[in-house]
Design a protein around this ligand. Structure first.
Ligand SMILES: Cc1cc2nc3c(=O)[nH]c(=O)nc-3n(C[C@H](O)[C@H](O)[C@H](O)COP(=O)(O)O)c2cc1C
Length: 254
């Protein structure tokens, strides 16, 4: 499999780069790996008259790889500007847009990606403040919009006051490297999500209706299970149809 790592840090050899390297080092020997340090490229928006040569070059690498590792430190509570500039300039190469401004997946649909970021603050502080959330939200918005499938995410916390990656976080990166090795190409989990939705509704309805029956005795005697089963099925079909409409039909190519 071919892996492309996009590194959007100020530092070529920084902590963020160290974590990225740990993921790459854990890939099998058969993996073809390339890293793009975005600061090496003169990235600017394409114009009608002239396409940006740096974008052409990086885009060729993106097209040639099966799996992207998007690695951007969190700066000021969001994705680093280097990575943001790159994705901003790539917008019309990544997605298609229709007449009503819907964003539709482009030619990279069904590739996979892993997102990685780092931050100064500790894991506990990050858990409560969510400083890295916005970085992941932005990466996901861009890449799922382009039709890619997310495999996971990594946060290298606690980078303040140190120059080296932390051993336990390096171990986590190594686990990611093993996990993303030779992933099957198509696994968008849609069926799994709908099955999960069914069980979520079934359990929540059982709790809700069980309490209603227990506290208020609202269901006809001897009809609880029929009432419950029909409620679950009807509610599931309606909810699944609405979700399907908004996530698939509305975004279908026209
Ligand atoms: C310009 C800049 C802004 C940053 N902003 C934040 C921030 O808002 N919150 C945070 O926890 N870390 C912040 N960091 C830390 C980075 O996310 C990163 O963890 C750190 O720079 C180490 O990565 P590096 O060695 O690749 O540079 C910032 C770093 C820089 C250089």
């Amino acid at each position: 499999m071919r892996y492309l790592a996009l590194l959007g840090s100020h530092e070529r050899q920084g902590i963020t780069a160290g974590y990225l390297q740990a993921v790459l080092d854990a890939l099998p020997a058969s993996a073809e790996v390339e890293t793009v340090f975005l600061r090496d490229y003169d990235i600017y928006p394409d114009t009608k008259e002239q396409a940006c040569p740096a974008l052409d070059e990086i885009e060729a690498k993106m097209a040639a790889s099966d799996f992207w590792i998007v690695c951007a430190p969190t700066y000021w509570g969001g994705m680093s500007g280097v990575m943001k500039q790159f994705f901003d300039c790539m917008r019309f190469r990544l997605v298609k847009m229709n007449s009503v401004a819907d964003t539709l997946p482009g030619k990279y649909k069904d590739k996979h990606y892993l997102s990685m970021t780092t931050c100064f603050i500790s894991s506990t502080e990050n858990f409560f403040t969510g400083i890295t959330d916005q970085t992941f939200v932005t990466i996901d918005r861009i890449l799922t919009g382009a039709g890619l499938i997310k495999v996971g995410e990594f946060v290298g916390t606690g980078t303040w006051g140190t120059h080296a990656p932390r051993p336990e976080k390096i171990a986590e990166c190594q686990r990611w490297g093993k996990k993303i090795a030779d992933r099957p190409r198509k696994d968008d989990n849609t069926l799994k999500r709908y099955i999960l939705l069914f069980f979520m509704i079934a359990i929540m309805a059982l709790i809700t209706m069980g309490l209603q029956a227990w506290w208020f005795g609202v269901f006809a005697a001897g009809k609880f299970w029929l009432t419950y089963a029909t409620f679950v099925v009807i509610f599931y079909v309606l909810l699944a149809s609405i979700l399907h409409f908004f996530t698939f039909v509305r975004h279908r190519r026209r």
